[in-house]
Design a protein around this ligand. Structure first.
Ligand code: DC
Length: 216
């Protein structure tokens, strides 16, 4: 029996760490959908494609291959996150990547133990029928603090105020875009992780997944 777990929320809220813990526990396939937008953004930047050229960017999105996901610092950088968020509003880019995400969910949701997808629109647009949906959030200050720690641990020097400002700008763009905005699905379990440890977040999520498995 397979399940689909959808995890949405703004950046730095803890989606990735929760997804990883659930994948390990339940042996599920995992897609970090933000990486699709980030890989498209980076590849397009390197090719000199303009951030508003929907058609050319969609072609880049369709051409993504394994090498484009190599874990280099530029992929996860703040600046690339901003470009990813900018191109994510464009209809042709979204259509190309929505199709990739839906295909992943369909293929992996029907075989093995299932799949987890994390992103912004998984519970609302990509997998509205997901068995369990989480919306993971935290205060902007806490998310910026975590992001600063993460970047500094990777040897990337950053300033808290700048990270907070960029994060707020990106959140606003992700929440206010017309197509597939960042919003909690009406049936999502909303978890504010501002004052929670990772272990507590995982515990809470595991209870919900176990319940879904028992009902499936
Ligand atoms: O999760 P992330 O920070 O790596 O995502 C980078 C950007 O990609 C994010 O600001 C908006 C976009 N994105 C999206 O529009 N839809 C998704 N499902 C995932 C990410």
């Amino acid at each position: 029996m397979s399940i689909i777990v959808a995890i949405d929320g703004p950046s730095g809220a803890g989606k990735g760490r929760l997804a990883q813990a659930l994948c390990d526990k339940y042996d599920l396939a995992f897609l970090d959908t933000g990486l699709l937008f980030r890989a498209t953004a980076l590849k397009a930047t390197l090719k000199g494609v303009a951030v508003d050229d929907d058609k050319a960017l969609a072609d880049v999105a369709k051409s993504l291959c394994d090498e484009d996901f190599e874990p280099i610092n530029e992929l996860r950088s703040e600046i690339n996150g901003q470009v990813a968020s900018k191109i994510a509003v464009l209809p042709k880019v979204r259509a190309a990547l929505v199709s990739y995400m839906k295909k992943f969910a369909k293929t992996n949701g029907n075989k093995g133990d299932g799949a987890i997808l994390d992103g912004r629109d998984i519970g609302t647009i990509i997998c509205p029928e997901a068995d369990v949906k989480f919306f993971i959030t935290a205060t902007p200050e806490e998310r910026a603090k975590r992001r600063v720690n993460e970047l500094q641990n990777r040897g990337i020097p950053v300033i808290f105020e700048e990270v907070l400002q960029e994060m707020t700008r990106r959140d606003r763009r992700d929440r206010e875009r017309k197509d597939s905005p960042l919003v909690a699905a009406s049936d999502a379990i909303v978890v504010d992780t501002s004052k929670m440890s990772i272990a507590d977040v995982v515990d809470k999520a595991v209870k919900a997944v176990d319940k879904a498995l028992a009902c499936a």
